[in-house]
Write a protein that binds this ligand. Sequence first.
Ligand code: AMP
Length: 429
Amino acid sequence: MPFSNLGLCDPILQAIKDLGYSSPTPIQKQAIPIILSGEDLVATAQTGTGKTASFVLPILEMLNKDRKLRGKRIRALILTPTRELAVQIEANIAEYGKNLNLRSMAIYGGVDSEPQKQSLIEGVDILVATPGRLLDMAHQRALHFDELEVLVLDEADRMVDMGFVGDIKKIIDRLPAARQNLLFSATMSHDVRDLADDFADGNVGNSLVEISISPKAKTAPSIKQWLITVDKDTKSALLSHLIKEYKWDQALIFIEKKHGAAKLVSQLAKRGIKAESIHGDRSQAMREKILADFKSGDLKYLVATGVAARGIDIGKLSRVVNYDLPFKPEEYIHRVGRTGRAGAKGEAISFVAWGDFKNLCAIESRLNRLIVRKEVEGFPVRKVVPVSILNYVRKSKAPTKKAPKTHKKTSKKITTDSVESPKNKNIWG
Ligand code: AMP
């Protein structure tokens, strides 16, 4: 199906063409008509599936039809967990909407709020915001929500993980009841579903449609995943060895803690490898500079904490490294999905130490297969990591499960052919 069948106007189609997009991705095919028909949407989709365009394009189309911008007013609000993601989405809006006369901007914490406040005075058609800064602006009466038409919660699972639920609820309370709601999430936990129920409950008129897109069904097989068991104290030496031995052109290296990120950068430097790190403590300007350098290829190795890396969109990332294995299988899948984008080849390498055994079991159980193990000469392991149990269920404090609410509105579920129950199916073949 070509983009021209989706009901988008010529200026938008031209912008898409200029970007070289030949056809819509599965989520775009499904979500764009639903959004244009005015229905509420809950979509399970990962970064890399083209989800941003799936909500930005129809929002541009709808707002372009009827232009009525007033000062301090916004017409569409996109809430995102991180400033990087906010900046990225706003850049996408600017690209897709370059032939339209709509105003967009991103607001986020960690930078002076005054320029953001000044820009809001004239009114903004599409505002991308992190929850804290948005509430701050609302408290300062820099913007009003009475003309809001569309609300998007992007990466809702991550916003829940980062503790933004309270802020989001406060924001939703301020919005007009007659609005369209769109929620995108890589995973659909109880908390995310509660959030979807919350925003749907207060709303009137629209029906709610649910769609689910399997992560990168087409491009994922080009991602090679492997792991190396390693002792904790030899991880940085192993990383340096791999970078040098295999002449890695690029690597996004995920690490758990921010002080660990800085330490790793200096350990690499001692071995003659120039890397940089991004984490929550770095200034916005510094993060933007490092990201720009990494995207342009001037910087080859970037060490990032999971939270800081959220929302980084790097066109052709050839390699991700889990220097520390993530606790949640969803996070592993999300990280790996950052490589091999748009059909390009990619690899994901995980360092697994003895203490990571349970996390590895959880990840491999979720994938329903064992990840290929490779040994690296010169790095014998003192503490051997056993082979995983594939039906592993993590024993943890039972989550406080609330009884699932029933939607007051009509709720349809649409699932693509390629979507499988992740528990039963090997996600990437
Ligand atoms: P997202 O899932 O929104 O993070 O998008 C992932 C990447 O796919 C971004 O770099 C987009 O520019 C790109 N993209 C989005 N839609 C298309 C499309 N229809 N064809 C090719 N690339 C796309």
